[in-house]
Design a protein around this ligand. Structure first.
Ligand code: CTP
Ligand code: MN
Ligand code: MN
Length: 514
């Protein structure tokens, strides 16, 4: 009996709380725009004070708003406020008193009780003694993505749609196209360099407008700089356009979009003169099981997975897991956890608070899902890969092979893709969609490491590992954190604790879109 996963209509994923817009109809003091500094105040107190101020008719906006006139903070020095504001996208705040007023919370509380903005007195004001250059230096863009905040959308996107946005626009971006092309050519180092440059640009809370702006940025190599220059000057890069038009790039892209086909296979097919999917069929190209499934569901697997589809899959996996192990949890990770509204797949982490209970769970869950007709394809691995990668960690291989994963294709049914489904609307016929799902089962003690490892983005993860190795003499993977000099494993009960071990400020998932 085929079961089908019902999809709820239009529920939004929760990417974390941005500052909601000020209700326009309730602003009593149009000349006053507040910004509350979250540092030391904390997110919940900030939200509370924001709501209070708005109820009293004050306009409150984010640090990146150019309208801010009063910056209010609690327990910070003037320098700290300037640094925080700049890091959060402020272009107007400056050292030595230029820009909006930097005020202590006392001004805010007095204004709230007065029901209007009170006059600014000396005792309300924070002073800034540090030099502008020093502050500028401190606000410099950090070298590793794990030290930077990288939101999904560039902060100035709505304000200033510049030609550089061509570079910043996800997979269509010039630098990212070059990174992809380099991979297709087997030049991993070159590819990394382009990815890193793109990732630095994505983290900027301001817009690059000239080559001069690049001088303070890390990780922008000569070639990337050339491409950025072309885009700044001409609106597009001839080199990138040539790549995009090339038969090789287009074919490689086409082939690598087949689930199960990597650069190696695609490259071989290209060498053999194959160009299209019908060529593969006509030449009886040898396909493994994954590739056959990939070809069969090519169209579905290359149309974006939505939040509501992801949530429907969480529900069905939760139901399956619950049957075999009461109290086990299923968590959505990957791009959706970073706040993306669509993804190429659904990444799920499964665990149970009692260590050891999770052993053997994955195969039971897979069998059940399969028997219910939920699976179009699945392939299960016992994970020993990472242990082999990191020599030091092979000592703990015993704990690692308990870490199971499954790459699968789910069969999702829905009434929601009206544009995609001709049958829909003709009397309740369901349309179906194949969706890629990664399932990972982790022992509870490794859960924070797995969560950090599977949340991504890939650039973020890469830099996190590079940072650990180079700066901290540690090895991090999705299971553990190991100190190579002290020769100890560092345990953690949360992602926050892992960041603490590494001496890094916590970067919330929605800021890991490097
Ligand atoms: N990952 C991994 N091992 C793999 C595949 C992925 O550890 N074999 C991790 C990667 O570190 C990545 C995360 O899982 O950061 C999510 O990978 P993926 O689903 O490929 O990317 P997303 O960021 O979720 O992007 P998308 O929305 O397109 O799925
Ligand atoms: Mn994903
Ligand atoms: Mn994935």
């Amino acid at each position: 009996m085929m079961s089908e996963i019902p999809v709820k209509k239009k529920r939004q994923c929760q990417p974390g709380p941005p500052l909601p817009a000020n209700p326009e109809d309730h602003v009593c003091f149009p000349g006053v725009v507040l910004c509350l500094v979250e540092k030391r105040m904390g997110a919940s107190r900030r939200a509370f004070l924001t709501a209070l101020a708005r109820r009293k008719g004050f306009c409150v906006e984010g640090a990146n708003s150019e309208r801010v006139t009063h910056v209010v903070s609690e327990g910070n020095s003037g320098e700290e406020v300037v640094e925080w504001m700049k890091r959060n996208g402020s272009r107007s705040v400056g050292a030595a008193g230029s820009g909006p007023a930097l005020l202590d919370l006392s001004w805010f509380t007095e204004s709230m009780s007065a029901g209007q903005p009170v006059e600014i007195k000396a005792r309300h004001c924070l002073t800034v003694t540090v030099h502008e250059e020093t502050l500028q230096g401190r606000c410099q863009v950090a070298a590793y993505a794990c030290q930077r905040h990288t939101p999904l959308a560039h902060k100035n996107q709505q304000l200033t749609v510049t030609r550089l946005n061509l570079i910043l626009e996800g997979s269509q971006g010039a630098l990212e196209a070059m990174a992809e092309e380099s991979l297709f050519c087997g030049s991993e180092g070159r590819s990394l360099a382009f990815s890193r440059a793109a990732s630095v640009l994505k983290s900027l809370p301001w817009t690059v407008r000239s080559l001069k702006d690049l001088s303070s940025l890390p990780g922008i190599g000569e070639h990337s700089r050339r491409i950025i220059q072309e885009v700044l000057e001409d609106g597009a890069s001839a080199e990138v356009e040539n790549v995009r038009q090339s038969e090789r790039y287009q074919t490689m892209k086409h082939f690598t979009k087949i689930f199960g086909v990597g650069v190696k296979t695609a490259g071989r097919w290209y060498q053999e003169g194959l160009r299209t999917i019908s060529d593969l069929q006509a030449h009886h190209a040898k396909l493994n099981n994954a590739q056959q499934a990939g070809l069969l569901h090519y169209r579905d697997l290359n149309s974006p997975v939505t939040c509501s589809e992801a949530e429907a899959i969480v529900q069905v996996v939760q139901k399956a897991v619950e049957q075999f192990l009461h109290g086990a949890s299923v968590m959505l990770t990957g791009g959706f956890r970073r706040g993306k509204q669509t993804g190429h797949d659904v990444d799920l982490l499964i665990t149970h608070p009692t260590e050891g209970q999770e052993v053997g769970l994955l195969s039971k869950v897979i069998s059940w899902l399969d028997s219910q007709g939920f699976l179009l394809y699945h392939s299960t691995y016992r994970n020993t890969l990472q242990a082999l990668e990191d020599e030091e960690l092979s000592v703990s291989a015993a704990t690692m092979d308990r870490f199971d994963r499954c790459f699968s294709i789910f069969r999702l049914s829905s009434m929601t893709w009206e544009h995609d489904c001709e049958l829909n609307g003709s009397g309740g016929a369901h349309c179906r969609k194949a969706v890629r799902v990664d399932l990972v089962v982790t022992p509870y003690s490794q859960f924070p490491f797995a969560l950090l490892g599977w949340t991504g983005s890939k650039n973020f993860e890469r830099d996190l590992r590079r940072f650990c190795k180079r700066e901290k003499k540690m090895v991090l993977n999705s299971h553990t954190l190991y100190h190579t000099e002290k020769k100890i494993f560092l345990s953690a009960a949360s992602e926050e604790e892992i960041f603490q071990h590494l001496g890094l400020d916590f970067i919330p998932p929605e800021q890991r879109n490097a």
